[in-house]
Design a binder for this molecule. Structure first.
Ligand code: PEP
Ligand code: MG
Length: 580
């Protein structure tokens, strides 16, 4: 038995056999497969060779037209290597004789091939090392693509173990037999982690090197409460976790009793508990968990799910489905937040050196006006069918907000000219998720209809800590005094100006921060639907004056540790049995 520590990002306990997904950009570890799986590995290998050769043929004709014969020669060389029978035979032999996975066998043979070139004296031939590496990556991309396909065809529950997971692959897991996830890398506030949480899949990230020493079929426990992953548990541990799993299910069932009760404090103040969603299919769980509406619809997942860009009609239908599903409750649609860890890096020829500070979110939309306008048209049309608000993400300046509004007005004019019905009076707001917007909040509240504080990004930018990097996750904390003071300022500024203010970062769903945020004056919280019942339970146990006292005390501390210890002690008094 091996017990490993990581960062729990989605609560609950998962117990199942591992299915391992390797990553093409990462060293492929030695991995053997069971005898009954060898045939599948040979098929995967065959497919990877065929797909890579076809791809090269297509690229060769495209590039030779644009770049001439020299470029075509390089593609010819790559194709020639792939067509060498010995290469495929060597890899196939490793699968047959050593029972290696197709990915490992390929990377082993290709590395040997690279070393042969490295040793050559002729600098021109030594240069070929890079080409061989290129061929290896191409083959691995196809091999791993096939393995990912296999995920969709799992026939029994499995824990997915992987080096890393993009939000778009994470998004496909809800329709598979995957019951839990454990990853080598990742931070608590990354989009992948948020998705895993939304899907209710117990998950632990940042478990260094896990994927290289777990094999497919190993029994794994993902303990999403205590930040642990247990490989090959012994019998007593397994029994203890099975009991814990049942207790967890029971606690969740009990919380279900709160569904139809209002989020009202003991002294009669009512809060609005809204939900964050990524997919229309999540509307059902919003209703189940008793949400008062949707405070954040992350529409960019429309791009992350399909292989083609979503059309205006497809978007219109998705927005209608969410609005209709909420039956008259308010829905806040956020325009695409593409870029950083979502979509653009994988698609572009050249990766940005610093994507979190790069062409992301509203900046990307404002540079892709056709795409942006299509989205705005779809939202404006769908907004005739319910109470809909429109929100722009990652705003840093008033000019940017005005520019986005101008594009919206353009879209309105076009719809008007075309005689298509739309909602002209849609309320427009911004996310405050950059220090610039927070510092300038007093100016923004004069122009915006509402504000939603995105602490996932705001914390990242105030503290200069990448929200998705496990190496710095100990520095990423919403309890940092600088964050608290910023939140205090923004909430107070909005209240004074009479502008509605919600908070839709992960912090809104963490009971640790409920009293603090309510005490700072926040009345609208937006969170993953599964978090709603517990926050509601806590609010229903409190009075406003008591929470204001908690907030004042929390604001008086100089260090993050003091803030966390204090909030934990206060919350534990009310929720003694919950892991906080
Ligand atoms: C945020 O940054 O807090 C937020 C809600 O947006 P996202 O997590 O989608 O970046
Ligand atoms: Mg954000």
């Amino acid at each position: 038995m091996e017990i490993l520590r990581g960062i729990a990002v989605a609560p609950g306990i998962a117990i199942a056999e591992a299915v391992v997904l390797d990553a093409e950009d990462y060293r492929i570890p030695e991995r053997t497969v069971a005898a009954e799986n060898l045939e599948r590995q040979r098929e995967i290998l065959q497919h990877a060779f065929t797909a890579s050769t076809d791809e090269l043929t297509r690229q060769r004709s495209q590039w030779s037209n644009e770049l001439g014969q020299e470029a075509a020669d390089i593609f010819n060389w790559h194709r020639g290597v792939l067509q060498t029978p010995q290469l495929r035979e060597q890899i196939g032999q490793l699968i047959d004789e050593s029972h290696f996975s197709a990915a490992y066998a390929t990377s082993l043979v290709m590395r040997k091939f690279q070393r042969r070139f490295q040793r050559m004296r002729d600098p021109l031939l030594a240069e070929r090392v890079r080409d061989v590496r290129d061929i290896e990556r191409r083959l691995l991309r196809h091999i791993l693509g096939e393995t990912r396909e296999d995920l969709a065809h799992l026939t029994s529950p499995a824990v997915l173990v992987t080096h890393d997971l993009t939000p778009s692959i994470a998004a496909t897991l809800s329709s598979t037999e995957v019951v839990g996830v454990a990853m080598d890398v990742g931070g608590a506030a990354s989009h992948t982690s948020i998705l895993l949480r939304a899907m209710g899949l117990p998950s632990v990230v940042g478990v260094a090197d896990l994927s290289s020493h777990v094999s497919g079929g190993d029994l794994i426990i993902v303990d999403g409460v205590n930040d642990l992953v247990i490989v090959a548990p012994d019998e007593p541990t397994l029994k203890q976790y099975r009991d814990q799993q049942q207790r967890y299910v029971k606690i969740r069932e009990e919380l279900g009793d709160l569904r139809d009760l209002p989020a009202k404090t003991l002294d009669g103040e009512t809060f609005q508990l809204l939900a964050n969603v990524e997919f229309p299919s999540e509307v059902a769980s919003c209703i189940d968990e008793g949400s008062d509406g949707i405070g954040l619809y992350r529409t960019e997942f429309l791009y992350l799910q399909g292989s083609t860009d979503p059309t205006e009609e497809e978007q219109f239908e998705a927005y209608r489905e969410v609005i209709g599903g909420m039956s008259g409750k308010p829905v806040t649609i956020r325009t695409f937040d593409l870029g950083a860890d979502k979509y653009t890096q994988g698609k572009s020829a050249e990766r940005e050196p610093n994507p979190m500070l790069g062409l992301r979110s509203i900046r990307y939309s404002l540079q892709q006006l056709d795409m942006f306008k299509i989205q705005l048209r779809a939202v404006l049309r769908a907004a005739t069918e319910g109470e809909v608000r429109l929100m722009f993400p990652l705003i840093i300046s008033l000019m940017e907000f005005r520019q986005a509004k101008m594009v919206l007005h353009d879209a309105m004019e076009d719809l008007e000219d075309e005689g298509i019905p739309f909602n002209r009076d849609i309320e427009i707001g911004i996310m405050v998720e950059t220090p610039a917007a927070a510092i300038q909040c007093r100016d923004f509240v004069r122009e915006v209809g509402f504000v939603s504080i995105g602490t996932n990004d705001l914390v990242q930018y105030i503290l200069a800590v990448d929200r998705g990097n496990e190496k710095v996750s100990q520095y990423y904390s919403s309890a940092h005094p600088a964050v608290l003071r910023t939140l205090h300022d923004v909430i107070r500024t909005c209240r004074r100006a009479g502008v509605s203010c919600s908070l839709c970062g992960e912090m809104a769903g963490q009971p640790l921060y409920t009293m603090l945020l309510a005490g700072l004056g926040l009345r609208q919280f937006s969170m993953g639907p599964h978090d709603i019942p517990e926050v509601k339970k806590l609010l229903r146990m409190c009075k406003i004056k008591q929470m204001e006292r908690v907030a004042r005390r929390a604001l008086s501390f100089e260090t993050e540790r003091q803030v966390v210890n204090y909030l934990r002690a206060q919350t534990r008094k009310l929720l003694p049995d919950d892991p906080i």
